[in-house]
Design a protein around this ligand. Structure first.
Ligand SMILES: [Zn+2]
Length: 587
């Protein structure tokens, strides 16, 4: 059997590691300057390059030509580099799968082994602990002792998909590790890499075919290459085409997904049953189908929030954009929540068809309610500029308090889905033009970027000054209106150490907290574009509390509570009406 692509094309240098340039640049610099930390934590979804980076780090530290090469890159050619790269037995680089070495005994043994000096005077001993969140608390305690007094030239690299679990079981260890959050690998990056690899294999490939593999790989470069293996394994492949990919991977045709999206958008609940029946007849795996449909709904949400649907095919983008005004963001969010809730049960169920049908009928019949987007726009909008793109609030000079006419719930009837009763109550108030203070963004207007590139020294003043630019960068890079909106409701502060920034929310709000938590690595990247030395971004609640632990799940109830609270804030008259009449906003 030919060598698997993922293995054959495994990067041999930091420069070759896809996407994670923010991490590799920092690591390379640390090696070049001889300032390597004793412990690293690489966090990120599967297949994003955690172990690969750890191996390149180990190669660089033990490269025989390290002294000649000043740039911190491994040569990739010397005996040591080749040994580490191929994963063959090495005295100095030890890979441990925590999933199978969970116990305290293993950690003790590890500790004892770590006490032995590396094999040569210039060598480093590198322990790569994969799936580190699987280690027990006792194992962490044993490791903590090593990290408290690290032997010279011993480096631990912990890789995990679930850093919050480590935060729960081993907080003191976490504070001794330099943490890097690896980015999920985007479709276009995966596509480019696939094209490159297949070209080196001498196999031409269609763009559509590459996009299909990339989508199926779901952000994992390793999966993408394995799927490419699978397509090539069909044998006698002259070219990688869309049809061939579909055959090899058992993919669902795009049109099928678009048909279901239309069905949901047009609320044709009764058509659910024959449509699912056709899926069954075509032998389509329901789990695969549900995952694909979830992706499409997610893309629809992104487009509704102002994204451009760049990760979709041209055809799908046209359809999704045409439904832009059909959906409220809140509805799509609730659908996604419903799917996520169902998923664990779905995988194990012997009644998948029934579960799928019920889910889709529920989604098709979903009451369209007050949209999350609208709530955030209210929180976000200084002066509530009508016609502005959703959530794209513009910063207002510091200290200015804007008074503006209240936007009655009735004035925006088309997009507001406040129940008719509540709308009427609000509209019936005597003075529709009552002025109420509206929260304004506190950031000063962004100063011009300093000449000669980004600022180098991180201080509170510079942080405050560059914050609007960072928010703008987040908004641009990710089309993430929610994250950007959440950041506008926050103040940046210097972290407890010189290399971190704390984002403090102006108010305790689950939606904003979650938006920042989930977008943390994007935020970190934006901050790094100004101050490359920053390695961590924390989120804090108002009044000094740290937002430790994973945020609560964003439930429909929580969203609704926030919505009601927000409506009250923005419109005291409506608030009073709700109190007086005991109205509930319809769900
Ligand atoms: Zn080398």
């Amino acid at each position: 059997m030919p060598l698997a692509l993922a293995r054959k094309y495994r990067p041999k240098s930091f420069a070759a590691v896809a996407v994670q340039t923010h991490v590799s640049a920092t690591l390379k610099g640390a090696i070049a300057r001889g300032r390597v930390a004793h412990g690293y934590l690489f966090c990120g979804p599967r297949g994003t390059g955690k172990t690969t980076l750890a191996r390149v780090l180990a190669m660089a530290l033990n490269c025989e030509r390290r002294a000649e090469r000043m740039d911190g890159e491994p040569c990739g050619e010397c005996a040591s580099c080749r040994r580490v790269w191929s994963g063959s037995v090495s005295l100095d680089v030890v890979e441990i799968d925590a999933a199978s070495n969970r116990g305290v005994d293993d950690a003790r043994e590890l500790r004892e082994r770590a006490m032995y000096a590396p094999s040569g005077d210039t060598q480093y001993k590198v322990y790569i602990v994969d799936e580190a969140h699987m280690l027990t608390r006792e194992a962490w305690n044993a490791l903590l002792k090593v990290l408290e007094e690290p032997p010279p030239r011993v480096v631990f690299v912990f890789a995990t998909t679930e850093p919050q679990k480590i935060a729960q079981s081993a907080a003191p260890v976490l504070s001794r590790l330099q943490r890097f959050d690896l980015k999920r690998i985007g479709l276009s990056d995966i596509r480019d890499r696939l094209r490159d690899v297949l070209a080196q294999e001498g196999v031409p490939a269609d763009d559509d075919a590459l996009a299909m593999i990339a989508r199926a790989a779901d952000g994992s470069m390793r999966d993408a290459l394995s799927l490419a293996d699978q397509v090539l394994a069909l044998g006698d492949v002259a070219a990688v085409t869309a049809d061939r990919v579909r055959d090899a991977l058992g993919l669902v045709p795009e049109d099928t997904y678009l048909e279901f999206l239309a069905l949901l958008a047009e609320r044709r609940a009764r058509d659910v049953f024959p449509a699912v029946e056709r899926l069954a007849d075509a032998g389509i795996d329901f789990g695969t189908f549900l995952a694909g449909l979830t992706d499409l709904i997610r893309s629809q949400l992104a487009v509704v929030l102002g994204g451009d649907g760049h990760d979709l095919s041209e055809r799908a983008r046209a359809v999704v954009v045409s439904y832009k005004d059909t959906w409220a963001a809140g509805d799509l969010l609730r659908m996604l929540n419903a799917i996520t809730e169902l998923e664990p049960r779905f995988r194990k169920s012997s009644q998948q068809q029934l579960l799928l049908e019920t889910l889709l009928v529920r989604c098709a019949l979903l009451d369209r309610a007050v949209s999350l987007e609208e709530v955030l726009r209210e929180l976000d909008a200084p002066g509530g500029a009508a016609g502005a793109p959703p959530l794209a609030g513009t910063p207002v000079p510091a200290g200015r308090e804007t008074r503006t006419a209240a936007r009655g719930a009735g004035s925006d009837a088309a997009s507001s889905a406040v129940s008719g009763v509540a709308r009427e109550a609000a509209g019936a108030r005597p003075h529709p033009d009552v002025a109420v203070p509206v929260r304004v963004a506190r950031e000063p207007a962004p100063p011009a970027a300093p000449a000669g590139g980004p600022a180098t020294k991180l201080d509170a003043e510079g942080l405050a000054a560059r914050w609007p630019a960072i928010i703008e960068r987040v908004r641009r890079n990710r089309q993430s209106s929610i994250l950007a909106a959440a950041l506008q409701q926050s103040e940046p502060e210097l972290g407890t150490d010189a290399a971190s920034v704390t984002v403090r929310l102006a108010e305790r709000n689950e939606i904003l907290l979650r938006a920042i938590e989930t977008g943390r690595s994007d935020l970190l990247n934006a901050v790094r574009s100004e101050w490359p030395a920053v390695v961590r971004v924390d989120v804090a609640l108002p009044g000094g509390g740290a937002a430790s632990g994973p945020p609560k799940r964003l439930t429909a109830e929580a969203v609704k509570a926030e919505q009601v609270a927000s409506l009250r804030r923005r419109d005291p008259v409506l608030g009073a009406a709700i109190d007086a009449l005991d109205l509930e906003l319809l769900d």
